[in-house]
Every structure is written in C-alpha cells, then in structure tokens.
Design a binder for this molecule. Structure first.
Ligand SMILES: Cc1cc2nc3c(=O)[nH]c(=O)nc-3n(C[C@H](O)[C@H](O)[C@H](O)COP(=O)(O)O)c2cc1C
Length: 220
C-alpha cells in the first residue's frame, strides 16, 4: 500500500479473525514504528505486547471489559518512560559519533538540558513522555495496517489497575492500548463510510488562531 492508501483505509477495528500475526511481521511493525520522531530522539516508549490468552484476559479486566482486548491476536500496552535521562547518554553518544553534535562539550551541554528536563514536576514529565510515545503509537497502527494488520487504539482502561496487574514499575505512564490482528472481515470495516472528520477549514488556522468550538468557556 502507498502511504495515502494506508491512511485512507485504516479503521479502528473491533472484530478480529483467529489468524495469528507471525513473529517476523510483528517485529517488522515495531521496526517501522520505532522510526517515529521523539523529543531529542530520547524514545521514551516501551511496548508490552500481550499474546497469551490469560494475559489478555487480565488486561481486559482492567480495560472496561472491552472484548476486542482478548479478541485481537495481540494487544499492546503502550508505556511512556517519564524519565528524560533514561536513554540520554547512548542517544547523545550516537549524535556525537554521527556529527550531529560538534564536540564532547556540546554533548555535555545538551545532556545538561535533558538533566534539567528530568527535574521537571512529574505531571510535566508525564506530558513530555506522552507526546513522543503517542507518535510511536500512531506509527504502530500505520505500520501494522501496511502489513494488513488492523488495530484499535484504546484509552478506556484503569491505569492504576493496569500498573498493578502487570507489575509496571514506577516511572512509566500507561499511554494507551492498541489491539492488533487481522480483521474478521477483510473489507467490512474498510468499506464502512468513514466516521466524519471535522473539516480542514475548521481545524486549520493560518496565522491567527480562531477556533469555532462553542464549548470553549471564557475565563472569569
Ligand atoms: C486516544 C484514543 C482513545 C480511544 N479509545 C478507545 C477505546 O477505549 N475503545 C475503543 O473501542 N476505541 C477507542 N478509540 C478509537 C476511536 O473510537 C476511533 O479512533 C474513532 O472513532 C475514529 O474512528 P477510526 O479510527 O475508525 O477512524 C480511541 C481512539 C483514540 C485516538
């Protein structure tokens, strides 16, 4: 598929076939998805891919009992590391080796910036991590669909329950879930008329921000 076809035909799919995603395809999806951009290339994302039935059932129990969590071949818990320093040293060593940074001194200055980010309040670091991790999550869905593997992103889950059920250590933000699997009916979801999108002339603001959302409440 070319990129436009991937984007035009992707749908959030709830009904999956029993066909398993082979390991090479799953790996290919994540190889492409992890080419997503991230702040300072710090790549805060982690993916817990649940393929075992009991594991998926445990996830469904903390995901509002949404049935596609177990109906999909693989359901992925997308996690964001909230520590900007987690991978900073190796990332900037790579930048230095590839001349993205001119010297060790500049590398240390950049590291200093990231160390300062690591001192941000936890809520700010959660937002920081979610920005980049959400881009990787979208990339997973496009890369998957390019392989014929459908997906559904999900925010309907109990984050505390998920952290407890899967022993997620402190410092990781559960950003979203993604179901992955071959669609039960290869064409049904795709041939459904696309759910309406707000028109571009409503959402694109050139030079001046003038939202038409009448639910915006002015501050007192
Ligand atoms: C952040 C986010 C959270 C979502 N949460 C859920 C969810 O919990 N369960 C679900 O079935 N779909 C969920 N969706 C899927 C949306 O309902 C779907 O993307 C939207 O209706 C547009 O349909 P489309 O993806 O087929 O274009 C979520 C989508 C996003 C981006």
């Amino acid at each position: 598929m070319d990129f436009e076809e991937v984007v035009q035909t992707r749908r959030s799919v709830h009904e999956y076939s029993d066909e398993s995603i082979d390991d090479a395809t799953l790996e290919r999806i994540f190889e492409l998805a992890t080419l997503a951009p991230s702040g300072y290339n710090l790549q805060p994302w982690e993916f817990l891919a649940l393929r075992d039935d009991d594991q998926k059932a445990a996830l469904q129990a903390v995901a509002n009992d949404q049935e596609h969590v177990t109906g999909a071949d693989t359901t992925v818990v997308v996690l964001g590391n909230t520590d900007p320093m987690a991978h900073a040293n190796s990332v900037f060593d790579d930048w230095l080796a590839k001349d993205y940074l001119p010297s060790e001194d500049v590398k240390n200055a950049v590291l200093g910036n990231v160390e300062a980010m690591a001192e941000m309040p936890e809520d700010d670091r959660r937002v920081w991590s979610t920005r980049s991790t959400a881009l990787a999550a979208m990339s997973v869905m496009y890369a998957a669909w390019n392989e014929g593997v459908a997906s559904c992103p999900m925010e309907g889950f109990d984050a505390d329950g998920l952290v407890e059920a899967f022993d997620i250590p402190d410092g990781y933000e559960p950003v979203m879930l993604i179901t992955l699997g071959y669609p039960a009916d290869e064409t049904a979801d795709i041939e459904n008329e696309r759910k309406e999108r707000r028109p571009v002339d409503e959402v694109l603001h050139i030079d001046e921000f003038n939202p038409t959302d009448d639910t915006v409440v002015a501050d007192d």
